[in-house]
Design a protein around this ligand. Structure first.
Ligand code: PRX
Length: 684
């Protein structure tokens, strides 16, 4: 993995993509970019606009600035207080943090806690059983409402059903579901019985599903016949059948939710309809406390090599930090707020801020199955008006898409209920930030740009909406109890006004506890670049006020519409096609999706280049290997790839081509005519 300093090209990519003085898009530092600190950092990310909270907002805020001081004085004690206040423990812990064997942390040592009990039963016991937990809005327009009492019953039934199929504490359950309430029910049922869920995003292919099922050695798969996508039924079950077609896996049972009614192939003995198993199960189920460090879930995410990493999260620390941040960063008033996070449960945001934190905090939330343009481009705003959503949490790529569609569309709806707006997944450029504030937030709702990762489990850098004067484009300050820094190549903290690498200096409660089955890879990936610091893989800058600006990845990870994909993973998929000899993939700046996948491909000598047909075939092949989200936007067939004398592909030059720039310094190429050959072949 190459991890050079995010240099001027990365900053220029951010600064150049939108037009305003501080405009920023998801720039990615080219991985083979030599370190050039300082030259372009100084003035490009300068932003004078500030939006302090209104007095009224600040006066009612659930968290004040006092949390920063308290956490600074004693970080573990601060988190211990949060753990005891936000969660109900079956057995209290004896030690907040055990960091005696870094990088393996233990939080809330000796404590026992049940995630599902905390998300459900205790609210019912506290008289909140009639409060709405989930307003579900299906893509075709069907709706369902679950109160806390009803959701508790459903989760108890699912827990009984899973146990009756032989799933026990510690077993892994693969989940391949659309955005329907059964997804949340499944995850909480697993947590209840101590089974470890491993959700695979429904947009991933059968192959991707198979490798994740095999890596986690899942015993049960929970899926659906299908879902709806832009008004049409879309299948899920065939991918599960495909993934399980080969022997050698550990899956004994498959539970199938009937969602869109399309026909499915049935494997007698293995397959069970949800309505027959879960539907028939008892609503009596007692939750027992699991050890604070008991594994809660695995979630696969792309790294810099071909094989996705199974990020492991455990119970007590994860629940504490997700609950704290959800309450503090969104200023949650659970009695009155209606919260809507648009993330799919297939990603970490759908775990932390749909499944766990909102329910732990007793919030009422909206869940929507479909796409923003189905059946019309005002669907989201219609949903906000209908349910009086007060907190919206979404990704910059969605905001930029709405900007393209125009402000007349949201203007047709009453969005006055909105009081906090969240952003996550990629850098939000100041132009999109301002649009979000003005058009969606009525110039009134604070925007919280939240930086975090699958690995961090919960938000790490974000303003506190009742405390911080927000600044367009910057995630600003580490949250109370979080020690984030920006360091140079040597690991020294950089002064304000300078850029470098984003690191985390102290353990945090929701931190990943490892990579499933690969402790060495955990150490190598995150803890070897700098001594005693977690290396996040992102470039960042501290501005003159010390506020943090995220500059995109400094490794070979791309961010497409807020989804993480590795260049290597897509290259491997391309070269697995018989016609492909070699492939190089780059993420090129894209005004809507942040980055777009561009692939440069050398065909084998005996392969016939049929132009568009070849390109289409290769795109489909990647879709088949990984999933539709990984299909390159552009595939360019080239005669050669630019390589250094040591054989390393110079992605920086390919990125120049992909972004339509003049090719930069190519003097280190083994064959310096290669770029001319590529240019000539592209002209053709
Ligand atoms: O590059 C950062 C970007 O998304 C990466 C993490 O991706 P993932 O694990 O899929 O989790 C996404 C949802 C938490 C980070 O390394 N990223 C995430 N949030 C932001 C961001 N970049 C800039 N600003 C953010 N707010």
């Amino acid at each position: 993995m190459s991890q050079e300093m995010p240099g001027s090209a990365a900053i220029a990519a951010r600064a150049g993509s939108g037009g305003t003085h501080a405009d920023a898009a998801a720039g990615q530092a080219p991985s083979d970019q030599p370190a050039r600190q300082g030259d372009a950092f100084e003035n490009l990310l300068h932003e004078d606009r500030r939006f302090p909270p209104s007095e009224e907002f600040a006066a009612r805020a659930v968290v004040t600035g006092a949390d920063y001081a308290e956490a600074d004085a004693d970080r573990p004690a601060f988190w211990a207080r949060q753990a005891r206040e936000l969660l109900t423990w079956d057995q209290d812990f004896t030690q907040a943090l055990d960091w005696s064997t870094p990088p393996f942390a233990k939080w809330f040592v000796g404590g026992k806690v049940n995630a599902a009990y905390n998300a459900l039963d205790r609210h019912v016991e506290n008289g909140l059983g009639d409060r709405v937990a989930i307003y579900f809005e299906g893509e075709p327009g069907d709706t369902r409402t679950y109160t806390y009492a009803q959701l508790t019953d459903e989760v108890k039934k699912a827990a009984n059903a899973f146990e009756s199929l032989g799933v026990a504490k510690g077993d892994r359950v693969a989940v391949y579901l659309p955005m329907i309430p059964e997804a949340v029910i499944t995850l909480l049922a697993c947590a209840r019985i101590g089974a470890v869920h491993s959700v695979v995003f429904g947009g991933f292919s059968a192959d991707a599903l198979r490798s994740r099922i095999e890596d986690a050695e899942a015993k049960l798969v929970v899926t659906a016949d299908g879902t709806y996508r832009r008004g049409k039924p879309s299948a899920l079950k065939p991918a599960v059948d495909d993934a399980l077609a080969r022997d050698g896996h550990t899956v004994r049972n498959v539970i199938v939710v009937k969602r869109n009614g399309q026909g499915v192939d049935w494997h007698e003995g293995r397959d069970h309809w949800w309505e027959d198993t879960v539907g028939a199960a008892s609503t009596q189920h007692t939750a027992v406390g699991h050890d604070s460090e008991h594994p809660l879930f695995i979630l696969y995410t792309s790294g810099t090599t071909g094989k996705p990493k199974g990020i492991l999260h455990t119970t007590g620390g994860y629940l504490t930090q997700t609950a704290y941040t959800h309450r503090a960063v969104f200023d949650l008033h659970p009695e009155t707020d209606v919260y809507w996070c648009t993330a799919d449960v297939g990603w970490v945001t759908g775990h932390s801020y749909v499944t766990y934190a909102p329910l732990i905090n007793g919030a009422t939330q909206v869940m929507y199955e479909g796409t923003p343009d189905s059946p019309h481009q005002g669907r989201w705003w219609e949903i906000i008006e209908k349910y009086k959503v007060s907190i919206l949490y979404t990704a910059p790529t969605a905001i930029r898409t709405f900007m393209k569609w125009g402000k007349d569309i949201p203007a047709k709806y009453d969005l006055a209920s909105i009081r906090v707006l969240g952003s996550v997944g990629e850098p939000i450029n100041p132009e999109a930030w301002m649009w979000y504030r003005e058009v969606i937030g009525g110039n009134n709702a604070p925007i919280v740009d939240t930086w975090w990762q699958t690995e961090t489990g919960a938000q790490m850098i974000a303003p506190l909406p009742g405390v911080t004067a927000t600044k367009p484009g910057s995630a600003q300050t580490p949250l109370p109890g979080i020690a984030v820094d920006v360091v140079d190549e040597q690991g020294q903290s950089v002064p304000n006004g300078s850029g470098g690498y984003l690191v985390i200096r102290e353990p945090w409660p929701a931190m990943l506890r490892g990579i499933w089955g690969d402790p060495q890879r955990f150490k190598d990936t995150y803890w070897s670049r700098f001594e005693n610091m977690y290396f996040a893989g992102d470039g960042a800058k501290k501005d003159d006020d010390g506020d943090i600006w995220l500059l995109g990845r400094v490794d070979d990870v791309m961010n497409i519409s807020g989804h993480r994909l590795s260049t290597t993973e897509i290259e491997s998929a391309l070269v697995s096609h018989p016609a492909v000899a070699e492939a190089a993939v780059v993420g090129a700046a894209d005004t809507t999706t942040g980055q777009a996948i561009v692939a440069f491909v050398i065909l084998r000598g005996d392969a016939v280049d049929t132009g568009d047909a070849t390109v289409q075939e290769l795109r489909n092949h990647v879709g088949h290997e990984i999933g539709p989200i990984a299909k390159p936007k552009t595939i360019l067939i080239v005669p050669e790839l630019p390589k250094t004398r040591s054989g390393k592909i110079m992605r920086r030059l390919l990125k120049d081509v992909a972004e339509g720039r003049d090719v930069g310094d190519a003097t280190t190429l083994a064959d310096n005519t290669v770029m001319q050959q590529i240019a000539a072949s592209l002209k053709k």
